[in-house]
Design a protein around this ligand. Structure first.
Ligand SMILES: Cc1ncc(COP(=O)(O)O)c(C=O)c1O
Length: 370
């Protein structure tokens, strides 16, 4: 290792994802079911608002906590939803920025953080960077949030429980009962509860429920990346107890500084956009992929997000199956990137119906050959 590299960077690695991208780079015209962002464009009115902001000279730093109008609009929405006395919001540099600030603000070396396996790739990396100890809870094969399993993993060192519903990479959503049980457990044990709600708008079979409805100290992280296809714009937001938010802002002031100002004006406009057409479309895509694969693959039907996490057919495991798929021009992601297990793979159905149909046909063919 190069002598300049800090120890904290060696606690996690990114080689798994790099390997997939290296393989993918060799493909000419892949059937791409690997993308973690919607296949629709940023709504035109949102594009116009950002362009107007740039042309109107709104190009400087914004206040650390975000531009006033966006913060007020978010705070109003949050207050009317939760009505908590102590719930403040600020704008951060994407949900990822909010996750990083949460860890830096709350995790001391040795603190334990509970989350489900499979998990979003950033969770273990970020918490290990802060010296935290990952406590993943195996949720195979249903990927459901099991409050008893969470309770059993709690120790005197548990500092945080990190929830993500709808989830990446499984698309599974937690029920109101499960969320309430975990929210009450966190309150009772005085554990920080973080809810990553980046996929909250992609919720197909019932209404989205937040654990913040049951625990007023829940820290909610959300953003515009997925809902409005603005992944490159870097606008997210965090809301929670004032003192925690103030600490996160102190770190943002000396790190990210602010979310890009023109993108924040775009996000303000985004709050007025009706997404229902897109959500209906994605529900249909969910059904298309699930119905197409149901005969030959084992999976839990996703209630949200735009991912499916099937078991690889045969005995070779997830990574070997993904390599075979990539050799045949289909881009999917091995489950072991999101998990301690190498048995599954992730499909993103944020793609055209035509691409989904091609992917389904090839996957079924590969299953027959396995
Ligand atoms: C569960 C989850 N949280 C957070 C993020 C990061 O989103 P953002 O673009 O807002 O940083 C992603 C992106 O894939 C995600 O899947």
């Amino acid at each position: 290792m190069h002598p300049w590299i800090a120890d904290r960077t060696t606690t996690f690695d990114a080689s798994g994802i790099r390997k997939v991208f290296d393989l993918a780079a060799k493909l000419k015209d892949p059937i791409n079911l690997s993308i973690g962002q919607p296949d629709f464009e940023v709504p035109e009115s949102v594009q116009d608002a950002a362009i107007d902001a740039i042309r109107g000279g709104k190009n400087a730093y914004s206040p650390t906590q975000g531009i006033g109008p966006l913060r007020s609009a978010l705070q109003q929405e949050i207050d009317s939803r939760y009505g908590h006395d102590d719930r403040e919001v600020f704008v951060c540099s994407g949900t990822s920025g909010g996750l990083m600030l949460s860890m830096l603000s709350m995790i001391n070396p040795g603190d334990e953080v509970i989350y489900l396996d499979p998990f979003f790739v950033m969770y273990p990396a970020l918490l290990k960077m802060c010296g935290g100890v990952a406590v993943p809870i195996d949720s195979y094969p249903s990927f459901q949030l099991d409050p008893d399993a969470i309770a059993a993993a709690v120790t005197p060192k548990t500092k945080m429980i990190l929830l993500n519903s709808p989830a990446n990479p499984t698309g599974v959503t937690a029920t109101a009962e499960q969320l309430e049980a975990v929210a009450r457990l966190a309150a009772e044990k005085n554990i920080a509860l973080i809810s990553d709600e980046i996929y909250s708008r992609f919720h197909y079979d019932d209404a989205f429920v937040s654990p913040a409805q049951f625990n007023p100290d829940t820290i909610v992280i959300d953003g515009f990346s997925k809902s409005h296809a603005m992944t490159g714009w870097r606008v997210g937001y965090v809301h929670g107890p004032g003192e925690v938010i103030a600490t996160m802002l102190k770190i943002q002031q000396y790190s990210f500084v602010c979310s890009p100002q023109p993108a924040q004006w775009g996000a303000l406009r985004a709050m007025e956009v009706n997404l229902q057409g897109h959500i209906d479309d994605y529900l249909n895509k969910r059904d298309l992929i699930c119905d197409g694969l149901a005969d030959r693959f084992e999976f839990t039907r996703p209630g949200g997000a735009f991912y499916l996490f099937p078991k690889a057919p045969g005995d070779a495991g997830g990574e070997a199956f993904v390599h075979k798929a990539i050799e045949r021009g289909l881009l999917i992601i091995p489950g072991k990137i999101f998990s301690a297990r190498d048995s599954h793979f992730r499909i993103s159905f944020a793609a055209s119906d035509e691409t989904i149909a091609k992917g389904v046909a090839l996957l079924n063919q590969l299953a027959d050959e396995a």
